[in-house]
Design a protein. Sequence first.
Length: 94
Amino acid sequence: MERTWLVHLRQKAGLTQRELAEKANISRNYLCEIEKGRKTPSGPVAIRIAKILSFNMELFYTQIGRDSRTLGRRSGCRLSRMNNTMQLINSATQ
């Protein structure tokens, strides 16, 4: 369950995985695991990443934040919630 929203925000900030990992004081491998949805960051790590990329760290712990696959589903409700989440993320980073 890849966190495509996180990859999008990192790229929008102009950061590589290595650069974000260094700023967040974590390994690049750990960041990669977080982006791929294989690991959920601890509270302190989530806070650091959220501050660097300017989003609400709670997104890591919501179903929408964990399941980016809803973007490809035809379920109107899930797609609508994901679109709303992406709009919130985009407005918070502008």
